[in-house]
Design a protein around this ligand. Structure first.
Ligand code: HEC
Ligand code: HEC
Length: 136
């Protein structure tokens, strides 16, 4: 075998191994159905956002999310089946606009960010804030 052929075989082997490594790494945007949050949001950060929704409304994940049809023991977080999830998206947009327009505060959904107006401000642990007549 001549030298250059040997070299090509070695290069070929390196490329083969590297492509194998690349294939085993998870793709960057694993979240399938994000329309408001950044597609590259980390799992940790997404968890914090969702935990915050849960606490602010006093509900569990199943208030907005459904289980998989084939396997009830697993979640289908990407599904938009529950209308509450779409309402939550509208609420996120509304909350971002209130903060930006009236309080000059851009909502970035970064961990530890203190929001001027948050889900908590209105919901205060309840899924549906009661309409209230002004006190006399
Ligand atoms: C008040 C409604 C609400 C609650 C409660 C809630 N979520 Fe979500 N969740 C959403 C919305 C809305 C989105 C999509 C956000 C977007 O479009 O950017 C989402 C997206 C997600 C995603 C990304 C799915 C994908 O692939 O696109 C995961 C994972 C997730 N939620 C997990 C959870 C977990 C775990 C809990 C419970 C701790 C939870 N959620 C509670 C509303 C909710
Ligand atoms: C400015 C006040 C305000 C803010 C901020 C707010 N909400 Fe709401 N939200 C409401 C009110 C009021 C209702 C009830 C509307 C109705 O009954 O028609 C509601 C209803 C909802 C519902 C529907 C509940 C149901 O049972 O039908 C969801 C889901 C929801 N909000 C999620 C959120 C999330 C998530 C956030 C933060 C991203 C948020 N909201 C921020 C005022 C607010």
């Amino acid at each position: 075998m001549n030298k250059s052929r040997k070299l090509w075989i070695i290069i070929g082997m390196i490329v083969f191994v590297l492509s194998g490594v690349a294939a085993t790494y998870p793709p960057k945007d694993e979240h399938k159905n994000l329309k408001i949050l950044s597609k590259n949001i980390s799992y940790e950060n997404l968890d914090k956002v969702m935990d915050n929704f849960k606490d602010a409304l006093g509900v569990k994940c199943n208030f907005c999310h459904v289980k998989q049809k084939e396997d009830e023991s697993k979640w289908d977080f990407a599904s938009d089946e529950k209308p509450e999830k779409e309402i939550a998206r509208k609420m996120m947009k509304m909350m971002m606009r209130i903060n930006k327009k009236y309080f000059k505060h851009k909502v970035s959904y970064n961990p530890g960010e203190v929001l001027t107006v948050s889900c908590q401000t209105c919901h205060n642990g309840k899924p549906r804030p009661e309409p209230q007549a002004p006190k006399k």
